[in-house]
Design a protein around this ligand. Structure first.
Ligand code: ADP
Length: 305
């Protein structure tokens, strides 16, 4: 896994890391090549975005990644939510040390899923990370570039919330993001956040896989019916206006809250839950839109370069 690809001997003639760009210094070119070599074995890069924190972005990212890995895809999950890394909690990996070798960081194994989280750098779960501006960009870059992912079908990236510098750094460092999942809540105020996320993707030329409305209604564990606390249908309507796919709703479900709190992915522990069905549908959409077979892979890579 520690083996680094070599641009000089690589047969990919269309790769942007083959040649020095105009105005690029030798040092910048080497750095870009180093990064490209690290990411070279990843077939599909998926960014999970949200306009603000607390909407279930990490929950969606973790469960999509677990479901992809369970389907037999070689999958990585990168949690770059540097202010509130919740992936360790969601997967029961709190206080998990992360090891490195000379070549880079070795992801933590979760039932075959390769996980790297900013949370693994904290000494304790309740410690806060206070990153200053340049450090933030640096840690993001390091995270993305210094991990020994090896060959991956999918890398699911839990991005920092919002549409500012931090998610921008993540997407720039990833170079080519094949698709974005946008997570939102049903309140009217969330609509503005979705618009910002969609525009963020448009500016960076990232195809939007779709928008997921989380915490939409409450699933009663006694009678199994969903009560809509906020007006429903807003997400679908907005997606129509913005011309991006709407992937559906996930209700507030006490089983999800429980699974998240005890560090177990609900897609594995609650196979019958409506949320699990929705995540599996999303995974099918990802398989269709971002297949990992070679021919279509080459097409997307070309489009990204
Ligand atoms: P974000 O990444 O957007 O900050 P998280 O994924 O960490 O949000 O979710 C915040 C909390 O909300 C989680 O601890 C989880 O327990 C809870 N949660 C997320 N989605 C649901 C849901 N559909 N039903 C119940 N609880 C949920």
């Amino acid at each position: 896994m520690g083996e680094r690809k070599n641009c000089k001997t690589c047969s990919k003639t269309d790769c942007s890391a083959k040649k020095r760009r105009e105005g690029e210094s030798e040092e910048e070119f080497r750095e870009r090549q180093r990064l490209a070599q690290r990411l070279c074995g990843i077939k599909r890069r998926i960014a999970v975005l949200s306009g603000k924190g607390g909407v279930g972005k990490s929950t969606v990212a973790a469960n999509v990644a677990v479901a992809l890995a369970a389907k037999g895809y070689s999958t990585g999950l990168l949690d770059v939510d540097i202010h509130g890394p919740s992936i360790p909690t969601l997967l029961g990996l709190e206080n998990q040390p992360i090891y490195g070798e000379k070549e880079g960081l070795i992801p933590v194994d979760f039932e075959g899923l390769k996980v790297v989280s900013a949370g693994f750098l904290l000494r304790s779960q309740d410690e806060a990370i206070v990153w200053r501006g340049p450090m933030k960009a640096n840690i993001i870059r390091q995270f993305v570039s210094e991990v020994l992912w090896g060959e991956l079908d999918y890398l699911v990236v839990d991005c920092p919330p919002g549409t500012g510098d931090e998610p921008l750094s993540v997407c720039h460092t990833l170079e080519c993001v094949d698709g974005a999942l946008i997570v939102t809540t049903p309140q009217k105020v969330a609509a503005v956040d979705v618009m910002k996320c969609v525009n963020f993707c448009k500016t960076l030329k990232i195809p939007v896989i779709g928008v997921i409305e989380n915490m939409s209604g409450f699933l009663c564990p006694k009678c199994n019916t969903v009560t809509y606390i906020f007006r429903s249908g807003g997400g679908r309507e907005l997606c129509k206006q913005m011309k991006v796919p709407f992937l559906g709703v996930i209700p507030i479900d006490p089983d999800i809250a429980y699974a998240c709190d005890v560090g177990k992915p609900f897609v594995r522990d609650f196979p019958e839950s409506p949320a699990t069905r929705k995540i599996l549908e999303i995974v099918e959409t990802i398989e269709k839109k971002l297949p990992t077979q070679k021919e279509s892979d080459e097409q997307t890579k070309e489009a990204c370069l």
